[in-house]
Write a protein that binds this ligand. Structure first.
Ligand SMILES: *Cc1c(COP(=O)(O)O)cnc(C)c1O
Length: 428
């Protein structure tokens, strides 16, 4: 093939390329199903933009207080439409997923309330938000208590444990869709719906919030469609489509969004302030591209799963199971494996391909983390990126790719690196 010479010029050897192509042969049907999902979600986004009469006037910049920012308000209406929610907060002032989750939680919880996670330990950075790890300014300091019910070994819900944990103080239930840095399975929208139904059958007025990071547009439904009151995510992951340079979103019930907005700005100000500073066009355009970008990332994740599964590594999800987020975990079992994989991803990047990633003590994490990202937007993980905490079981979490071809190249490059280091031997 014409591209073989290019792969060679970029450092992929013939045996590595051949191995990759053999794996791809078996993935045609799955890739077709992903394309179909992208087509559906593309139409969903398009319809929301048309229904809300998006126009070039909405791309104009506002500054200062940002009163009457028509572009911002319409963008929030579009998000509400896409996700079938009553209202939305979509802001560059939500600086990350963690921040958006903090705003949603602290805006809706009051002293004396209890927060429950019925799906085990939440994402690392939330431990300090909640106060699971002592932290100044945590919800715990404000008198919000926390309870957790772990999933069973097989990933199923501990319904009896959840029933016992819900009490008169339980105000908000947080459900994390994606696995984060755990090796449990990601929750499907269907399972999230079952869990919400169960929780509401015990306590109907409890607020069910879903941390939707990495899940957007992977399925044809989202957690709001199955009863979530709030859904939260980052714009430098799926819904920003790679174009949003910053931002987070919270969508959901009107009263929940209103309370969150008073926490984001100030009581009395809420959604009325917050200049969009010229970022609106990238938010709209990124959302427009997101279904296609997510499809490319998903193909990359499935390709990686099949490559490393074939080579005998433990992969979550496995090569054939259904997908509910764009994350792929590969357990290498050694620091060298994690580091080599990340070096390969870095070397495949369009930006900073020449630098070598090293483990470091990132704020918010309890072990050194190595991160590979040669991204146009710093820290963007809808772009091809990999990271892993340097602690057992030495798993790497791989995600993103603005195009499928780049994701494919990144995976081949990581494989090449591990083969060259003698950490992997390709089957004869
Ligand atoms: C990424 C992520 C977060 C935090 O988002 P940041 O933008 O990194 O702060 C929270 N929860 C999950 C499941 C995530 O994947």
């Amino acid at each position: 093939m014409k591209q073989d010479a290019m792969y060679q010029a970029l450092g992929i050897s013939a045996p590595v390329l051949k191995f990759g192509e053999q794996i791809l042969e078996g993935l045609k049907e799955r890739f077709e199903a992903i394309d179909e999902m992208a087509e559906f979600n593309q139409l969903k986004v398009l319809k929301a933009m048309q229904d809300n009469k998006v126009s070039d006037i909405h791309f104009a910049a506002t500054t200062g207080y940002g009163y009457n920012d028509l572009g911002r308000d319409t963008l929030e209406a579009v998000y509400a439409s896409v996700f079938h929610a009553e209202d939305a907060l979509v802001r560059p002032q939500l600086i990350s997923g963690t921040h958006a989750l903090h705003v949603a939680l602290s805006g809706n919880l009051r002293p004396g309330d209890e927060l429950l996670s019925p799906v085990g330990k939440p994402y690392d950075t939330l431990e300090e938000v909640i106060g699971i790890r002592e932290s100044v300014g945590s919800l715990k300091e404000y008198g919000v208590s926390y309870r957790q019910v772990d999933l069973f070994e097989d990933g199923s819900f501990d319904f009896e444990g959840i029933r016992a944990a819900i009490n008169e103080k339980t105000k908000l239930v947080t459900i994390q869709r994606s696995k984060g840095y755990a090796t449990r399975p990601t929750l499907s929208v269907e399972r999230i719906g079952e869990l919400i139904q169960f929780v509401k059958s015990i306590k109907p007025d409890v607020i069910c919030m879903v941390d939707n990071c990495y899940g957007e547009f992977v399925e044809d439904r989202e957690p709001i469609d199955v009863g979530a009151d709030m859904m939260v995510g980052s714009l430098i992951k799926n819904p920003g489509g790679g174009l949003a340079p910053i931002g987070g979103y919270i969508v959901g019930r009107k009263d929940c969004i209103e309370r969150a907005s008073y926490r984001l700005s100030a009581p009395g100000l809420g959604k009325e302030v917050g200049a969009s500073l010229g970022l609106n066009q990238s938010f709209y355009q990124g959302l427009f591209l997101a279904p296609t970008v997510v499809a490319g990332a998903l193909k990359g994740a499935i390709f990686a799963a099949n490559v490393y599964e074939k080579l005998g590594f433990d992969v979550v999800p496995n090569g054939s199971e259904s997908r509910h987020d764009i994350i792929q975990a590969v357990t290498f079992g050694t620091p060298e494996g994690v580091i080599g994989f990340c070096e390969g991803i870095q070397a495949a990047a369009p930006v900073d391909s020449f630098v070598t990633p090293e483990p470091w003590d990132m704020p918010g994490y309890d072990a050194p983390v190595i991160m590979a990202a040669g991204a146009f937007v710093q820290g963007s993980s809808i772009e091809l990126s990999a990271d892993g905490p340097i602690k057992p079981p030495y798993a790497v979490y791989f995600q993103g790719g603005l195009t499928w071809y780049h994701a494919k190249f990144g995976i081949l490059k990581s494989l090449q690196r591990l083969v060259e280091r003698g950490l992997i031997h390709l089957p004869a």
